[in-house]
Structure formats: structure tokens, C-alpha cells
Design a protein around this ligand. Structure first.
Ligand SMILES: [Zn+2]
Length: 128
């Protein structure tokens, strides 16, 4: 478990970029975008990925409300977990709103928050 920080390195860098207001994705020569950490494009397997900026604002594609957490999120429930699209890349994040205020198609802004349970950083979506 002590290697956790090392194996999460690419992800942590991506979170830092979000916190700095400069989120990025990895793009392969075919233009497929994905979130770090990645070694190869998940769609076509290309290995020469480069970082590209993605917009701060996206559109919520789906969401669900979590009532039964994994142990790392025991103090956080209930919370809304959403998938939003930013250009061509989809991110999963915590929607910072009550479930009844959340709709598919909502404009969201990506940011960085932390788990109330562990204090670890996580991707957040604020309703725009
Ligand atoms: Zn690709």
C-alpha cells in the first residue's frame, strides 16, 4: 500500500492541473482523448499520447446518487457521482449539488475537492 502515491502519479498530476485551472487529457494521433494515467489509447491502442488542454466547462452525461459507499467514502454519503464530457474526453467526478438539483445535460465546471472521509483529492463538478 505504500506504493500508492507512486502508482497514482499520473492521476495526481492531472488533479493538480485541474486545481490550477488547466485541465488536460491525453490525445493519440487519431484524436482520441482520455484521462491520465494511460500508457496507451483505450480506443485504438496507440502509445504516443500527448497532453492537450481541455475546457473547464462540460456537459453532464449521466449521474447517480451513491448511498452505500466504499470504505474510503464512508463519511461522504449520500453524494452524486457524475460523468461529464469536456470536448472529447469524459471525466467522472463528484457533483457538488443535491441530487434533486442535478439534471442530465447540465453545464458543469470541473474543479478539485476532497473526500470528507480520507481528505484525498477528487474531481468535482460544480453546476454552472
Ligand atoms: Zn486512439
Amino acid at each position: 500500500m505504500s506504493d500508492d502515491e507512486i502508482s497514482n502519479d499520473g492521476y495526481d498530476q492531472a488533479l493538480d492541473a485541474i486545481e490550477n485551472g488547466e485541465p488536460y487529457a491525453l490525445e493519440c494521433p487519431e484524436g482520441h482523448q482520455s484521462m491520465p494515467p494511460r500508457q496507451v489509447c483505450p480506443e485504438c491502442g496507440a502509445s504516443d499520447l500527448e497532453e492537450v488542454e481541455i475546457p473547464l466547462s462540460g456537459e453532464l452525461l449521466s449521474y447517480n446518487v451513491t448511498y452505500v459507499p466504499t470504505p474510503d467514502f464512508g463519511d461522504d454519503v449520500p453524494f452524486v457521482l457524475g460523468v461529464a464530457e469536456f470536448d472529447d474526453v469524459r471525466l467522472t467526478g463528484r457533483v457538488q449539488a443535491d441530487a434533486e438539483d442535478v439534471e442530465v445535460g447540465s453545464a458543469v465546471e470541473v474543479g478539485l475537492g476532497e473526500s470528507e472521509t480520507t481528505g484525498r483529492p477528487l474531481v468535482t463538478f460544480d453546476l454552472a
